[in-house]
Ligand binder design. Structure first.
Ligand SMILES: CC(C)(COP(=O)(O)OP(=O)(O)OC[C@H]1O[C@@H](n2cnc3c(N)ncnc32)[C@H](O)[C@@H]1OP(=O)(O)O)[C@@H](O)C(=O)NCCC(=O)NCCS
Length: 240
């Protein structure tokens, strides 16, 4: 038998910070997926709709979308929403069922989906997986991701600058995914500042530098956690 498309499906737990509970009250699913064994018929086999906008997308994009939706379906089923068709909005944000907050991420071989029942209108979750930037890319790109103060913070913390910059980049993507569905406003990497990073605890804090929404105002601090792997990092933010 050949290598399956979805491999090593698992439920994982990630410590959370900044909420009343220490453990994320929702579910997080992770799996590896194999772009080499992807073919479009897998959408029908998994009973997942390939959106028209992705009809002509490259196989890698279709494969990561399928893997993310497959995980979302597992998570939603566990939350009591079997067979919910998770569509993407025009802004690409998944249209989660009412009261469900969720987030999807993928890199070239791993997909993740986190979701929980949101009890308040400001509740959100963001998850992101990012393959470490090379030293060259980190040096070329850092000015688009962080400001001078953040650069000093990252340079002073343990670990290579490229790895720490990847954590900062991913943390900001997680923040964007956690807030966007409620705020409905785009914000840039320099609109949030990393003010604390603790590699021994896998903990970080980001402060918002602009008003986005009545609940997400300039100065609000968001706490997040991260799991640093050998090749990539997962960041996670949940807010109430
Ligand atoms: C949207 C974005 C965060 C996605 O990140 P990425 O590293 O490119 O890709 P990931 O695999 O981690 O995440 C992609 C998934 O995010 C989700 N997503 C896309 N747009 C989203 C949005 N506006 N809100 C919430 N989730 C979104 C989708 O589920 C998408 O996967 P899918 O299209 O297969 O369903 C990124 O492309 C982006 O636009 N970033 C700029 C905005 C930003 O990050 N600002 C920083 C603020 S501090």
């Amino acid at each position: 038998m050949g290598t399956p498309f979805i491999e090593n499906f698992e439920w994982i737990s990630i410590p959370v910070a900044g909420t009343k509970s220490e453990i994320y009250p929702g579910l997080i699913a992770r799996s590896r997926f194999n772009v080499k064994t992807y073919h479009p018929e897998l959408f029908a086999r998994f009973d997942i709709v390939l959106p028209a906008s992705l009809n002509r997308a490259v196989p890698k994009r279709q494969a990561e979308f399928l893997a993310g939706r497959y995980l979302a379906e597992q998570v939603l089923t566990e939350l009591g929403l079997e067979k919910f068709e998770l569509q993407s909005g025009e802004d690409r944000a998944p249209q989660w069922p009412e009261r469900i907050r969720g987030s999807i991420s993928h890199n070239e071989n791993t997909a993740l989906c986190a979701a929980h029942s949101g009890l308040s209108s400001s509740s959100g979750v963001g998850v992101d997986i990012e393959t470490y930037l090379s030293q060259e890319r980190a040096e070329a790109l850092w000015g688009m991701i962080i400001n001078e103060q953040e650069k000093s913070l990252l340079t002073a913390s343990s670990g290579s600058f490229a790895h720490q910059l990847t954590v900062a980049f991913s943390a900001k993507e997680s923040l964007f995914k956690a807030l966007y569905p409620q705020a409905r406003r785009y914000f840039d990497f320099l609109d949030a500042e990393l003010v604390r990073i603790d590699p021994s605890a896998g903990y970080f804090e980001l402060v918002l530098l602009k008003d986005l929404h009545v609940d997400y105002l300039h100065g609000r601090v968001f706490q997040g956690t991260y799991l640093a792997g050998e090749h990539d990092v997962i960041t996670f933010i949940t807010c109430e």
